[in-house]
Write a protein that binds this ligand. Structure first.
Ligand code: GLA
Length: 725
């Protein structure tokens, strides 16, 4: 792994962007409410309370969810800074929970996130550091200056929380931004500068699928502060592009990149091919809802050899239904035939106590639609399971997240849907008839996270209602239960277990199999007791979002110790997928993860035996996203019947190797490059690191072909995902 060291050193060089801190501060006057007059420097804030900036306002005794508050910070800014930084200074406020608008001496100087009063609605950015470059002419040198920060908090906690706020001299990234746009070999680099300066732009590109590099080019640039500098980069074919701008005046290097979506999964053959799980768990007497997942040309005819009495096959649709009273293993053979040929697959239905023998595969409405979900939108994604063929790869759950609930319960106390869901039973009947399943969301509290009705004191009644609606999956989200928890004094693990144990009793009393998904973000090490409440999966972290930071934190950092707790029937859930069109609202956008990061995301979830719940609008699924979600060899690792979650075997120089044993004696191995640069890796050397020697070829799971030992380039944040036989 010698090459890796070189790359690491280079990254360190790029990160160096030193700047002096002239003023640091950790205190502010604070007041709940909202008034534009509070931006004015002269506003008398002497009676306001004082808060520190290194703890959120809840931790300092303020409760103010879904509302505005203002901070006013008084600072003297020394004129020594003016000498070094005559045109611009930098306000570095750190992250603020959730959105803010900041003023210096009454003038607006920056805004991050949006407010509910904005035309586009509220969008929080609690994790983003606030770096605001401010014209020096706004400063009152050597006198009192007022930084007024208007904050909106969408859900507790709120406000400043990280400390370390300061004022100083801006560095290159505060003054110049670099970006690349374009597609199909026609790219444009844009530099927007607040100052007049000059430097060198270097451009590197390589073919996105083969990794073959083009010659590197360089260009000297003089940047104006009046208008953006544009550089066209015409290259041929689909590219992964890296541009770097090294500034001569301010020092430092900016880097930006662009990678076009690229498809690695070969198209499915026209003849039938089975892509579904090899086993399925069903409780005695529960209705079976199971679709035979065969890809290939349609129409197709299905048959099952060894079909036990009590089950029925719809030979045109490939849907198995019925029920079996006797526990035991029921081996059978699925047969699918189309105009191109026939394929068979061995399968075992395991009737017994344990369901979810492999991780659930399906869709959930939250990451795309948020609270704007409706029955129509759910139907559109379900229809895509069928007509785009995701159901041919084993995806079967269609899960409605928050925002299906009515304002009030019915007179008899039962839970009812709001007007966006006119017919829950009709929806489940339709899904079941196609071998698909329906999931729902609720909370043990009186309210859900989105502020809708929860189950508190109606647990039994709600479980019965869900059974009547034909629900197959419950995501049970702590959220509103926090109130009950905090009203008590018990902080033992039992206090965390209690609400989940209660629902388990009512859920398991229903005459159908309902996948029980715990959502409480990993509190009290849920993975150590989730099986005791008969949960089928438990969220291990807070919510995922479509950024590398989130993916890295949730997927890599937070999963390393969790492998012993997953297995058939109970899985660690690192949250739903963030590929495709997401948005948590009516405004959908392409996932902000790069294509390489999306390959990493799916590879890692496959290795982690994670719930594969798609979070994008499937009505708009593109070929790239389909290729990510429907690679049968990648999914087969996720669905492997041993159910072993991958372990992190090696971590060196920003490279991580994760592997898991498979039931056929093979091993799935992901070699991940977490560096900011492409890294060439010696495959045999990597395998040796995890104790595998003497193999000549391995299976490249994304490309579905055998590859020899050798040097493989892994792009920044990308992966080489292989199976060793
Ligand atoms: C929490 C959960 C999310 C989603 C929302 C719904 O934040 O973690 O996955 O279910 O609630 O309000």
């Amino acid at each position: 792994m010698k090459q890796l060291l070189t790359v690491f050193a280079l990254n360190m060089g790029l990160a160096a962007a030193a700047w002096a801190q002239d003023v640091t501060f950790n205190e502010a006057r604070f007041r709940v409410g909202d008034d534009p007059a509070w931006a004015a420097p002269a506003f008398p804030d002497g009676a306001w309370q004082t808060l520190t900036l290194d703890k959120d306002w809840n931790a300092q005794g303020v409760a103010n969810a879904n509302a505005f508050a203002w901070y006013r910070i008084h600072v003297t800014i020394p004129s020594s800074l003016k000498k070094r930084s005559p045109e611009w200074i930098l306000l570095d406020l750190g992250p603020i929970d959730d959105s803010d608008e900041t003023f210096l001496n009454g003038r607006p100087v920056g805004k991050t996130g949006t407010f509910p009063t904005d035309p586009e609605g509220f969008f929080g950015a609690w994790e983003a550091p606030r770096h605001y470059a401010v014209p020096s002419k706004y400063v009152r040198w050597d006198k009192d200056n007022v930084i007024a920060v208007r904050v909106y908090n969408g859900g507790d906690p709120g406000g400043f929380y990280a400390g370390g706020a300061c004022i100083g001299q801006p560095a290159l990234p505060d003054l110049v931004t670099l970006s690349v746009t374009g597609k199909d070999g026609d790219y444009q680099v844009e530099l927007v500068s607040r100052v007049k300066t000059f430097g060198t732009l270097s451009i590197e590109s390589e073919d996105v699928a083969t990794g073959v590099a083009d010659p590197r080019s360089e260009k000297e640039l003089a940047l104006s502060s009046k208008k953006p500098t544009l550089v066209r980069v015409p290259v041929s074919g689909q590219k992964r592009l890296t541009v770097k701008y090294a500034d001569r005046v301010y020092g430092g290097v900016l880097e930006a990149g662009l990678c076009e979506p690229y498809i690695l999964t070969p198209p499915a053959p026209a003849i039938p091919r089975y892509n579904g799980p090899l086993v399925y768990g069903l409780r005695p007497g529960s209705p079976l809802i199971f679709r035979l997942a065969f890809s290939g040309e349609k129409p197709m005819k299905y048959a099952v050899e060894g079909l036990p009495e009590g089950l029925h096959l719809d030979a045109d649709e490939g849907v198995l239904s019925g029920s079996l009273d006797k526990a035991g293993d029921y081996p059978m053979t699925f047969v699918a035939t189309n105009g191109k040929g026939t394929a068979c697959a061995a399968f075992t239905l395991k009737v017994g106590k344990t369901i979810a023998l492999t991780p659930p595969m399906g869709w959930n409405s939250w990451n795309c639609w948020g609270t704007s979900v409706s029955q129509e939108k759910v139907m559109a994604s379900a229809a895509a399971f069928l007509n785009r063929g995701l159901a041919d790869y084993g995806y079967s759950y269609i899960n409605i997240d928050d925002a299906w609930e009515a304002e009030e319960r019915a007179a008899d106390g039962s839970i009812v849907t709001n007007e966006k869901f006119p017919d829950m039973k009709g929806l489940s009947d339709w899904l079941h008839s196609h071998g698909l399943k329906l999931g729902i969301y609720s909370s043990p509290g009186d309210r859900t996270c989105g502020g809708y009705l929860g189950t508190l004191d109606h647990e039994r009644q709600d479980a019965e209602t869900w059974n009547a609606w034909g629900i197959d999956y419950l995501k049970y989200d702590w959220c509103g239960y926090d109130k009950v928890f905090k009203a008590g004094t018990d902080r033992s693990v039992a206090a965390y277990v209690r609400p989940y144990l209660k629902m388990e009793e009512y859920l398991r009393a229903q005459p159908r199999d309902i996948f029980y998904s715990l959502c409480q973000y990993g509190m009290a090490d849920v993975w150590t007791w989730g099986h005791a409440v008969d949960a089928n999966s438990w969220r291990t972290t807070g919510d995922i979002t479509d950024t590398w930071k989130s993916l890295y934190n949730i997927g890599f950092e937070r999963q390393t110790e969790l492998w012993p707790y997953a297995g058939p029937g109970h899985w660690n859930d690192p949250d739903m997928l963030v590929v495709g069109k997401v948005g948590w609202s009516d405004n959908l956008r392409d996932s902000r993860l790069t294509p390489d990061e999306q390959y990493t995301h799916i590879s890692l979830w496959s290795l982690l035996a994670a719930n594969m719940l798609i979070g994008c609008d499937l009505a708009q699924i593109d070929d790239f996203t389909f290729n990510l979600l429907c690679n049968n060899e990648v999914n087969a690792v996720n669905q492997d019947i041993l159910g072993r979650q991958a372990r992190q075997d090696a971590f060196e120089d920003g490279m991580q190797i994760w592997s898991r044993d498979l039931y056929d004696g093979g091993k799935a191995v992901g070699i991940f490059n977490l560096n900011g640069e492409t890294v060439p890796v010696d495959l045999a050397g990597c395998l040796a690191k995890i104790g595998i020697e003497g193999v000549e070829t391995v299976r490249d799971l994304w490309r579905q072909k055998d590859i020899p030992m050798g040097l493989y380039k892994i792009p920044s944040h990308g992966v080489l995902y292989i199976k060793v036989k």
